[in-house]
Ligand binder design. Structure first.
Ligand SMILES: Cc1cc2nc3c(=O)[nH]c(=O)nc-3n(C[C@H](O)[C@H](O)[C@H](O)COP(=O)(O)OP(=O)(O)OC[C@H]3O[C@@H](n4cnc5c(N)ncnc54)[C@H](O)[C@@H]3O)c2cc1C
Length: 402
């Protein structure tokens, strides 16, 4: 791409997560003077955290299926994902010298599993392209047209030609994404969708008898909340249920649907009934269940917790095992959620992700109002919208200098 003009335009990207860095990459590629600014002492903290349990970059599945994960946001994200989606994310990571592998469910990870080698290579590439970084600079809003920042050297102001906001959602505030930006944008007339936890655990007040299985994984089950069904695992923690399996259905829980678990998803209700109907002589019902169902400690504990009193009729008991209600006290708090629903709605943006209320200010990443399950969908959309916002900002600047 050719340079913007002899006198380079100045662009500021606030937020150094994957969305902000991708926007910076595009702006630098177009020849802008780019400064990436972050409130934290170092960049990409949530991205690094995402790599702690395996950095799931994207999901190798047919485009249509992939887009479906974004539910009602799929239509407006579509052009962005078509330009930078499953394949392009992998090409980009490989171009940064990251070997990738695809797991059995299509999830794509760097072989290194963590985010640090990728981030290091990316920051090197951005620095070589002339991108400047300012950390410990907290954006506090605008003073007329100037962006204002609290910095260790006092209040600083910058008046760039274009700004990309990539400030993240409102969870894991200690990593930087505290959602404080919402008040700043609201004050400037941007109508926001309220934040809500996405990919969150459920809070369960367990009875004392669950103590022996706390910390154990719940495997070979299927969770359901409304239309959402998930075969993933969850961990029985002191606070409730956590992990990919439960996160995938947490939107259904948030929307008020009952949560249930199928303890034997590979057997039909009829097959479970037949097993339960086998004669058990003098054996207690618990022993009979253990022998014929082979549920193991974690699933058995859950059945005892939520299945009692057990119906005597095998068909009724089978139905309960196949759709065991999980009595919970709601989702875990927003700050613990893996990601955030709500934020800047599509209606507040033009096709280039520029805020219609604030010309020259673009938004990208998790701060936009879309949500998706874990599984690589989050990072892919952050990278994709970051790239789109960076390119749109470039076009905006080209228009300005024409
Ligand atoms: C434990 C965990 C595991 C995850 N694993 C995965 C995974 O495997 N795959 C996946 O797809 N997704 C995963 N995610 C989600 C993914 O990390 C996020 O969706 C992604 O990082 C969001 O990118 P972003 O660039 O929009 O925002 P962020 O990465 O949140 O970056 C926003 C940045 O803005 C800065 N900022 C905020 N406010 C200000 C301000 N006022 N002034 C200056 N700077 C500010 C913050 O300090 C932060 O650095 C995981 C998340 C968590 C918490």
């Amino acid at each position: 791409m050719s340079n913007l003009s002899e006198q380079n335009k100045q662009a500021v990207v606030i937020g150094s997560g994957p969305a902000g860095l991708m926007a910076a990459q595009e702006l630098a590629r177009a020849g802008c003077d780019v400064t990436v600014i972050d409130a934290k002492p170092s960049v990409g903290r949530k991205f690094l955290m995402a790599g702690k349990s395996g950095l799931n970059l994207t999901r190798d599945e047919p485009e249509r299926q992939f887009r479906g994960a974004y539910a009602e946001a799929a239509p407006w994200l579509r052009p962005m994902l078509e330009e930078f989606g499953v394949q392009q994310v992998q090409d980009w990571a490989r171009d940064l010298d990251q070997d990738l592998f695809t797991g059995s469910t299509g999830r794509v990870f760097p072989v290194a599993m963590k985010a640090s080698p990728l981030l290091r290579a990316w920051l090197g590439r951005l620095t070589d392209a002339g991108v400047q970084f300012r950390t410990r600079w907290r954006w506090t809003g605008w003073d007329d047209d100037a962006l204002t920042f609290q910095t260790p050297e006092g209040v600083m102001q910058i008046t760039p030609d274009a700004t990309v906001l990539a400030l993240g959602g409102a969870s894991w505030a200690r990593l930087g994404s505290d959602g404080a930006w919402a008040a700043i944008l609201a004050e400037r007339g941007v109508e926001l969708a309220p934040f809500a936890p996405a990919n969150a655990g459920v809070q369960v007040d367990w009875s004392p008898h669950m103590a022996s299985v706390l910390g154990q994984p719940l495997k070979g089950v299927s969770f359901r909340a409304g239309q959402l069904v998930s075969r993933g695992e969850a961990v029985i923690s002191a606070r409730g249920l956590e992990g990919g399996g439960i996160y995938s259905v947490s939107r259904g829980v948030r929307e008020g649907h009952a949560l249930s678990v199928d303890l034997l998803p590979d057997l039909t209700e009829k097959q479970v009934t037949e097993r339960l109907a086998r004669p058990h002589g003098k054996a207690s019902l618990s022993n009979h269940l253990r022998k014929v169902l082979k549920l193991g400690a974690a699933r058995t504990a859950l059945l005892q917790e939520f299945g009692r009193p057990f119906p005597q009729d095998p068909a009724a008991l089978a139905a309960r095992i196949k759709a065991l209600p999980i009595h919970h006290a709601g989702l875990r708090p927003l700050d613990e959620a893996i990601s955030t629903a709500g934020g800047v709605p599509r209606a507040a943006l033009d096709d280039g992700l520029m805020l219609t209320a604030l010309p020259g200010v673009f938004c990208a990443g998790e701060m936009l109002d879309w949500e998706a399950p874990t599984g690589g969908y989050l990072l892919t959309a952050c990278l994709s919208t970051g790239r789109w916002a960076g390119q749109s900002a470039t076009h905006y600047l080209q228009g300005k200098s024409a």
